[in-house]
Design a protein around this ligand. Structure first.
Ligand code: SAM
Length: 282
């Protein structure tokens, strides 16, 4: 049976048996593969890096969508940058209070292929009347848009290739410009144990732009190497400490059934292991 070996790291990589190759294409921006694996279901690869799998995507998408949305409790306008597989859109549009979602994806073919081969990710969210799809580089979008958002979710690839621009100081500064007062930016920031330098770089860059910045974590099995770090950035210092009772009442009122997120794990996710606390300056 053929295998796919991830090439994110030079000296180490996870391998998947390819039980069925569903699609492969060189898009205008990336090399895309979607295959079926007996353990993880359908898997999408971009430029040799695992992006998402049917079996564990719920962890990542629930934690990146529900932590900012339940913390804020009043978000009406949400911006998703990247997120071409549709999983983040699915979780964000489950919030009935959200009136408008803009998804800015650089690669239309990712959306098209995921609608076809990963339908369980979006579950129709691309067709939600509240959703507005923009095919553009997210860093250009935040630099030029006149729109404002309560929550910005940067659901990008790693800082290689087209994703690199979404980890630059300029991008964070323009995200701040696009946030409504008290709004919050969250970004995927890699697996802390394996990509600690990326966490250090992001913390330095965010600290120059936002009044409050931190990280929260969740372990997503196919983002190998332990806990994944999500960056949190806002001028609303109280937001990160939203109390568990408020989170519980919002969670109950939402009627959203989750498989990973709950108010207790929301709070616990901001507690960092010491090596990570030291790396981001305690
Ligand atoms: N969960 C994955 C992770 O943590 O690595 C991310 C998945 S999602 C498929 C990543 C998306 O970011 C891809 O669809 C890719 O095309 C998109 N992307 C990469 N660079 C971008 C950019 N500069 N602007 C907008 N979208 C971008």
């Amino acid at each position: 049976m053929p295998k796919f070996t991830e090439t994110l790291y030079d000296a180490y990589g996870q391998a998947f048996r390819i039980d069925e190759r569903l699609h492969e294409v060189k898009t205008d921006h990336q090399h895309l593969i979607i295959f079926h694996n007996a353990r993880y279901g359908r898997v999408m690869i971009l430029d040799g890096v695992v992006q998402t799998t049917e079996m564990d995507e719920f962890i990542y998408h629930e934690m990146m969508a529900h932590v900012p949305l339940f913390a804020l409790g009043r978000a009406r306008r949400v911006l998703i940058i990247g997120g071409g597989d549709g999983g983040m859109l699915r979780e964000v549009t489950r919030h009935r209070g959200v009136a408008h979602v803009t998804l800015v994806e650089i690669d239309r073919q990712v959306i098209d292929m995921c609608r076809t081969y990963l339908p369980k990710h979006s579950q129709g969210a691309f067709d939600d009347p509240r959703v507005h799809i923009v095919i553009e580089d997210g860093s250009n979008f935040v630099r030029t848009t006149h729109d404002r958002f309560d929550v910005i979710i940067s659901d990008s690839t790693d800082p290689i290739g087209p994703g690199e621009a979404l980890f630059e100081a300029d991008f964070y500064a323009h995200c701040k410009r696009c946030l409504t007062p008290g709004g919050v930016l969250v970004t995927q920031n890699g697996v802390a144990f394996m990509q600690l330098d990326e966490v250090k770089t992001t913390s330095r860059r965010l600290s120059r732009v936002f009044d409050d910045w931190h990280f929260y974590t969740a372990a997503v099995p196919t983002y190998v190497g332990g806990i994944m770090a999500f960056a949190w950035a806002t001028d609303n210092r109280a937001l990160r400490d939203t109390d568990v009772e408020s989170l519980k009442s919002r969670y109950r009122a939402s009627g959203i059934q989750t498989r990973y997120y709950n108010p207790e794990i929301h709070r616990a996710a901001f507690a960092l292991p010491q090596y990570l606390r030291d790396a981001v300056g305690g």
